[in-house]
Design a protein around this ligand. Structure first.
Ligand SMILES: NC(=O)C1=CN([C@@H]2O[C@H](COP(=O)(O)OP(=O)(O)OC[C@H]3O[C@@H](n4cnc5c(N)ncnc54)[C@H](OP(=O)(O)O)[C@@H]3O)[C@@H](O)[C@H]2O)C=CC1
Ligand SMILES: O=C1OC[C@@H](O)[C@H](O)[C@H]1O
Length: 369
């Protein structure tokens, strides 16, 4: 049988920071190591606010490939005819403007989480993507990892019964008393604080296992509560706790979600309690490698426990890149795994938690309100 040539998918990278580095390193991992035969990724352009930084990034992160173009503005990457999709790795409060510029230039876009500052900005981006007929996705990488796909399968196959309560936490100690107040995790102008940076991860587990559960019929939570503990340093949230309640008439389940920039993550990071068992996922919950499933008998006692371990080459960001390449190849404008509806739900929840927690961006940060 003749082998089919893989699609060579060409990326333009916006920014040269921490996550752009991790993403590009993963793009360069041989897809065959994760059993992907139909796509390969190529970096063709890197845009930075400084052309020297773009070139240094190409030399040190992207393997020094002389064919990769270094640009000193983001706009030049959007305009590059050789680019199939733009990856945006700038701080949260720049996502809207960067993504809008890319979309207006007719480019497909993968944009880091949280996709925007608020749901109004997101709706505006989705309208623009529809108008310009381009693919648009938030980079919720956890949703595409093999462990997440397996947890979802087990959660829905029936043996465990319905999910009832989910606890999830992502925390990371950023040493907030030692870093500059201009660091993106502290600066309100960059969307600093725990909720916007870490909140997407406890939330993604609630979305995968509760919102997506067939019993829920893709209904939004009926109640959202949120509480924020603010740091006096810059008044952003150092810890946030939020809950979601899903309709008693459908799924009848709750999520209790927390995140903090002053602590390390707890063990396990996610606990999903079903009628007849429990799934426990070990941290880090953004790319977990291990989970266990406890099955209970009729008396509620443990009868069996299974552990699963996942391994792959790379950091785990490449799975979302494969999804983007395949969607664009197939003419899709959004992913069926992390589509626009899920980003909208996320931003609606964050807007509500910020409202209840009294978190406001400085004037002018939100471009659409
Ligand atoms: N998916 C994941 O696992 C992760 C996602 N993220 C997300 O990625 C985004 C960036 O985070 P991270 O990479 O840690 O941030 P960094 O500060 O390391 O990098 C951000 C980059 O954005 C560019 N930039 C543009 N405008 C500004 C500005 N005003 N201030 C600072 N940088 C600016 C810079 O690149 P240049 O100078 O080249 O233009 C900079 O290097 C965040 O939204 C975060 O939520 C972060 C970490 C992990
Ligand atoms: O997305 C992320 O995941 C890992 C965290 O350390 C980081 O701050 C965050 O942006």
């Amino acid at each position: 049988m003749a082998s089919v040539q893989p699609l060579e998918f060409r990326w333009g990278i916006i920014s040269t920071g921490m996550i752009a580095t991790a993403f590009v390193k993963d793009l360069l991992v041989d897809p065959k190591t994760r059993d992907v035969q139909d796509v390969i990724h190529k970096v063709v352009a890197v845009g930075s606010r400084s052309v020297q930084k773009a070139q240094e990034f190409i030399d040190t992160v992207a393997g020094g490939d002389k064919a990769i173009k270094a640009y000193g503005t983001y706009e030049e990457v959007y305009a590059d005819k050789d680019v199939d999709a733009i990856y945006i790795g700038t701080p949260h409060t720049y996502h809207y403007v960067n993504a809008l510029d890319a979309i207006k230039a007719g480019k497909n876009v993968l944009c880091e989480k949280p996709v925007t500052c608020n749901v109004a900005e997101l709706r505006s981006l989705i309208s623009a993507a529809k108008e310009h007929n381009v693919f648009f996705m938030e980079a919720v990488w956890t949703r595409f990892q093999p462990l997440s796909l397996e947890v979802k399968k087990i959660a829905e196959e029936g043996t465990l019964g319905a999910p009832v309560v989910l606890h999830a936490d992502l925390s990371g100690n950023f040493g907030i008393h030692k870093i500059a107040t201009t660091h993106r995790i502290l600066d309100p102008a960059l969307g600093g604080g725990a909720l916007l940076d870490l909140g997407p991860y406890p939330l993604v587990w609630a979305i995968i296992t509760l919102y997506e559960n067939p019993l829920n019929k893709l209904s939004n939570p009926t109640t959202i509560t949120g509480n924020m503990l603010k740091t006096p340093i810059t008044d952003v949230d150092s810890s946030t706790a939020f809950t979601l309640t899903f309709s008693a008439a459908k799924l009848a389940a709750q999520a209790i979600l927390t995140c903090s920039i002053t602590l390390n993550s707890p063990e396990p990071g996610v606990i999903i309690r079903f009628e007849k068992g429990t799934i426990k996922i070990r941290p880090p919950i953004y790319c977990p490698k291990e989970f266990s499933v406890e099955y209970y008998g009729d008396n509620g006692k443990l009868v069996r426990e299974e552990k699963r371990v996942f391994e792959y080459v790379g950091g785990g960001w490449h799975f979302q890149a494969d999804e983007v390449a395949r969607c664009v190849r197939d003419g899709k404008k959004e992913s069926s795994l992390w589509g626009h509806n899920k980003s909208i739900l996320e931003m609606e929840i964050f807007d509500e938690v910020r409202r209840q927690g009294g978190y406001k961006f400085p004037p002018g940060v939100e471009k659409v309100v």
